[in-house]
Structures are given as structure tokens and as C-alpha cells.
Write a protein that binds this ligand. Structure first.
Ligand code: GAP
Length: 548
């Protein structure tokens, strides 16, 4: 059983990714650019296969006439491809623009993010143990929250809270860190059980800025590279409704690049500044939204399993009720135990969020904020909307029930690069196989699902003579018409197998002396190493069938 936190294993995966042309650092000959990655010849094929599997399974291959297991009803799926640069107002209304200038602080334990200037705290001690208790609550709720947190931290019963000794009143965390009276390692985060889980504050320079037009220079020319593909879908909700025959419930899918000026890009491609997302905005009737949320959470979980990701390394993390936005009945993350994480830690692959009518309403009315449990338009000092909406009607008229409503949205949002990384890490194995002389030889193998494998087969003549290359080339040409495969006649057959194992090729077809007599070839399975003889004319159909 391999250890999870194995940096040397991760280093070997990164090194294989580079050596075999899966992933390179961007602009490497100039020293590289932090947070940007290029996909090489094998990597581009792997990533395309992943995106095409997603698109096929979620959109193109979706059977809209049947009711899928767990789905309340049949539903339709359609797609879009939107621009990366959109009207700047999109980001003001979506809330991304306001996050731009803030200093944010993350909690490694609860995975929550806080505005640094919203955090306050005070020192508490009990029987020699001391901690700076931080709260994100404001007004009258702040002090009781710190008492509650300290009670839990010190493991006290309710009647023992008076034993806690408090030093001073609530003070801003930022000021206390700045004057050195508090360190983050001694601070207990608002949703943490342990001290020292708050990260260093970072300015939330989320969006990359650009300028539109040759004479660009004033503020009106400012535009942003999209930090998510989702907003393009909301922008076209009405266009799709008006021009196609879809009716609620239906989903719109999009795959495309997103950009975030991450302060700390790290862990290979896991946190990049340019990355690809695979997002669905699924529009449904408000009353059915909880059932649709559960359906999508389970459907997306099963998708990763269907492509062979190890179940034991996957985790579905439902957000706690107090982590949810009040309009949301649920958010779940699908997480993977990446080898660069500590034992027991998981990294997010995908989030499935119930977003209520937040997005469509915002783009109608203006940027919304929460007030007394309600979503209301945020207003400026002049009483007008701080960021005005489009004013367009984005409600839906249900012909069957004669009702008009703003659909609720379920959003399964996945990262293509993170998924590629998870499949690469999961597929990476080191084992021992017998060489041509029967001696054990260590090998590195990528046990990728055949749908994801860059090459499906390699065709290998045992030797470069006796008519074997001719037979092999003919088979290669027949197979190539149906799937990516390669012809290789260089080096010993053992070395050729090893090259294919490292590339994740599931099958090798070897043409040998016997082929010339009985028209059969050896089919070698990458994972079981079992070799079977197959009639040469049956190879194409057999491998095509195995791919489905
Ligand atoms: N529209 C919702 C949204 O964008 P998110 O959780 O911020 O939600 C969705 O992003 C997914 O995009 C994540 O689960 C992750 O797979 C991927 N992702 C986000 N930031 C990323 C980054 N800096 N590098 C690589 N992938 C990222």
C-alpha cells in the first residue's frame, strides 16, 4: 500500500510527465513562468480525451428521453462556447470585481476564506493553555462566538466557561498581527478546531486585467479575463431559451480556459493561473432543486469512478450547513488524495453547488448581498444599485403549468487540469515484470483507463525482417482509421513494451514468426501482462469494442 504523502513519488510523476511529453513548464527556455503549464504530445491527447469523455457523457451522449437513476425526470443538455473577455459589468454583478482588492485569509482546516479586515479576536487562557480566538462575526454576536470557540478549544462544559480567562477586548486581527502581539500560528480560526490553521493574508488579485482597443487608456476600456466559464452561460441563458427548443429542466455545458491571478500557484498544475474548466449550469424548477442537486452530486461522483479513479482516494465532502450561502441547500466537493498532500488531506477536483436563483436574479436586478437572511440589491451611498444588473427579464414561463419563475441553478464545476493531474497520479505505478529472459525488471506504468489513454495500441513487428514490418504496417493503417495508435520497430521488444507502459498504452499487438503462418498476433494487456493470440483480422473490431 503506497503512502499518500510521498513527495518523492510526486517528483517521479512530475519527472515522467516531462520526460514523456505530458506536461512542460510554459516558456521553459526563458526560465519558465510560475503557474503556467503546457501540454506536450501525450499530454494534449490525454487532456482532450478527458474533456471529450466529459462532453460525451454529460452532453452529446445524454439520452434526454430516459430518466437517469436518481433524476426526478428526464432532462435536456446543450452546450456553449463563450468569449474569455466579457462586458466588465458581468464581473461587477457576479461579485468577482469586489473581491479583487481584498486581503483574504484562508483556513487550511475548514477550507473557508475570510476577509482579513473582517476578523477580530482576543486572548483566552485556561490552566496554562493560551490561544488567540478569532471570530468573523460582527456586532453583538462576536464576543459570544469567541466564548463558544474557546469552550470547545479547551474542552470545557458549559458551566465551566467562567474558568476561561480573557485578556482585553476584541481587537482587529490584522492590527494585532501587524504590531506583533499576535502570530497566525497562535490564532484559532473562526471555524477551526485547532490553532495555527490560518494562512498568511493575501491580496485577492483574482482577475487578470486587460484593455480593449488600440487607444485604450481610460477606465472604460478596462476588461478582465474570465475567472470562471460559468458567467458566459448566464449571459446566454435567454439566447439559448429563445433559439433552441429546450425547456426546464435543462443544462448548458461549457469547456474553456479560465484565468486567476493566484498568489501562490503550486503543486504542479493543481493551482495554476491559466487553467481549463468544465462547467454545467443546470436550470430547474425551485421546488425540484434539492432533488436535482443530489442527482448531480451523485452523477459527477460516479463519473470519476467510471473512468477508473480509485474510490478509496476520492472523497465527497458535503459542506456543513454553516458553510453554505443562505440561498443554497447544498454544496459538495469531490476531492482526491493527491500525493503532494499530507496523509488524510484531499484536494478539490470539482464543486457541485446549489446556487438558487442568485445568478439570474443578480444579472436582472443588480449585484445582490445578504441582509437579514434575504438577498437584496446592494446599494451605494446614493441609494442606487452599487452594480446595476441588465434589467432584462431572465425569468422562465412554464407552458405546462402556466407559471413564471426564475429557475434555480445547480452548478457542477470541474477543473480539466486538476482531473488530468488526478488521473495521472492515480494511474502511476511502479512494479516488476519479467523481461525477455524471464528476469524481473522494474517498470513504470500508467494504468490509464483506455478512454483516457493517449494511444490505444502499439503495433510492433518482433524483428525488422522476414516480412513482419509489412504485416505490422498494414495492421497499423487499418487500426489508425479508428483510434490513435503507433507503429514501433526500434529496439528490443521488451524496451518497446516498456515505452508503451510509460505512455499508458493499454494494448500492444506483436507480429512474430507465427503470424506469417497462421495470421494471428500477440495481444499484450498493459495491466495484467496476459498475452493472447488473436486473429489479425479480428484486432480492429476487438479493440473498438473494448473502447466502448
Ligand atoms: N463557477 C464555479 C467555480 O469556478 P471554483 O471552485 O472556483 O468554482 C471550479 O472552481 C473548479 O475549477 C475547481 O474545483 C478546480 O477543479 C478548478 N480550479 C479552480 N481554480 C483553479 C486553479 N487555480 N488551477 C487549476 N484549477 C482550478
Amino acid at each position: 500500500m503506497e503512502k499518500q504523502n510521498d513527495q518523492s513519488r510526486m517528483d517521479r510523476i512530475v519527472s515522467l510527465a516531462k520526460r514523456r511529453g505530458f506536461i512542460f513548464q510554459s516558456s521553459e527556455i526563458y526560465g519558465g513562468l510560475n503557474g503556467f503549464w503546457d501540454y506536450g504530445p501525450l499530454g494534449v491527447a490525454l487532456k482532450r480525451n478527458l474533456k471529450e469523455s466529459w462532453w460525451h457523457d454529460m452532453v452529446a451522449g445524454h439520452d434526454e428521453l430516459s430518466t437517469l437513476p436518481g433524476a426526478p425526470t428526464p432532462y435536456e443538455m446543450t452546450g456553449l462556447d463563450c468569449t474569455i473577455i466579457m462586458h466588465p459589468q458581468v464581473w461587477k454583478v457576479s461579485g468577482h470585481f469586489d473581491l479583487f482588492h481584498d486581503w483574504m485569509i484562508d483556513c487550511r482546516e475548514s477550507k473557508r476564506r475570510y476577509r482579513y479586515d473582517h476578523l477580530h479576536g482576543r486572548w483566552a487562557s485556561h490552566r496554562g493553555k493560551k490561544v488567540f480566538v478569532v471570530t468573523d462575526q460582527s456586532g453583538e454576536e462576536a464576543a459570544p462566538h469567541t466564548v463558544q470557540k474557546a469552550q470547545k478549544f479547551f474542552g470545557l462544559r458549559a458551566k465551566q466557561v467562567d474558568e476561561i480567562e480573557w485578556e482585553g477586548t476584541l481587537v482587529p486581527l490584522a492590527a494585532s498581527v501587524a504590531d506583533g502581539s499576535v502570530t497566525l500560528s497562535g490564532a484559532l480560526g473562526p471555524d477551526a478546531g485547532e490553532a495555527g490553521t490560518l494562512t498568511e493574508p493575501r491580496e485577492f488579485n483574482l482577475m487578470f486585467e486587460t484593455r480593449i482597443g488600440a487607444l485604450a487608456g481610460n477606465d472604460d476600456d478596462r476588461a478582465f479575463l474570465r475567472p470562471e466559464t460559468a458567467q458566459g452561460i448566464f449571459m446566454n441563458f435567454k439566447n439559448v431559451l429563445d433559439t433552441s427548443r429546450v425547456s426546464v429542466p435543462f443544462g448548458i455545458a461549457q469547456i474553456g480556459k479560465s484565468f486567476r491571478n493566484e498568489i501562490t500557484p503550486r503543486n504542479f498544475t493543481f493551482r495554476s493561473r491559466e487553467f481549463e474548466q468544465m462547467e454545467i449550469e443546470f436550470f430547474c424548477k425551485p421546488a425540484d432543486s434539492a432533488a436535482w442537486y443530489r442527482f448531480w452530486r451523485d452523477r459527477r461522483w460516479n463519473w470519476y469512478l467510471s473512468l477508473g479513479l480509485t474510490a478509496g482516494k476520492l472523497q465527497l465532502r458535503e459542506h456543513h450547513a454553516d458553510e453554505l450561502s443562505h440561498y443554497s441547500v447544498g454544496t459538495a466537493d469531490i476531492e482526491y488524495a493527491f500525493p503532494f498532500l499530507a496523509e488524510g488531506e484531499f484536494g478539490e477536483l470539482e464543486g457541485i453547488a446549489h446556487r438558487g436563483d442568485f445568478d439570474l436574479r443578480s444579472h436582472m436586478e443588480g449585484k445582490l448581498v445578504r441582509q437579514n437572511g434575504q438577498l437584496v440589491v446592494e446599494t451605494g451611498p446614493d441609494g442606487k444599485p452599487r452594480h446595476r444588473g441588465s434589467g432584462k427579464d431572465l425569468s422562465y414561463f412554464d407552458d405546462a403549468t402556466r407559471e413564471r419563475y426564475v429557475p434555480h441553478v445547480i452548478e457542477p464545476s470541474a477543473g480539466a487540469d486538476r482531473a488530468v493531474l488526478a488521473f495521472l497520479c492515480d494511474a502511476y505505478h511502479e512494479d516488476e515484470v519479467p523481461d525477455e529472459d524471464g528476469k524481473p525488471r522494474s517498470r513504470t506504468v500508467l494504468k490509464l483507463h483506455p478512454r483516457l489513454a493517449p494511444l490505444k495500441a502499439a503495433i510492433l513487428p518482433l524483428v525488422k525482417k522476414d516480412g513482419m514490418p509489412e504485416v505490422a504496417i498494414d495492421l497499423y493503417r487499418r487500426l489508425k482509421a479508428h483510434m490513435p495508435c503507433m507503429y514501433d520497430e526500434k529496439g528490443s521488444v521488451g524496451r518497446r513494451y516498456a515505452r508503451q507502459d510509460e505512455a499508458g498504452t493499454p494494448w500492444c499487438l506483436t507480429i512474430d514468426g507465427q503470424t506469417l503462418n497462421d495470421q494471428t498476433v500477440t495481444l499484450r494487456d498493459r495491466d495484467t501482462l496476459v498475452q493472447t493470440r488473436v486473429p489479425i483480422d479480428a484486432c480492429v473490431d476487438m479493440l473498438r469494442e473494448r473502447l466502448h
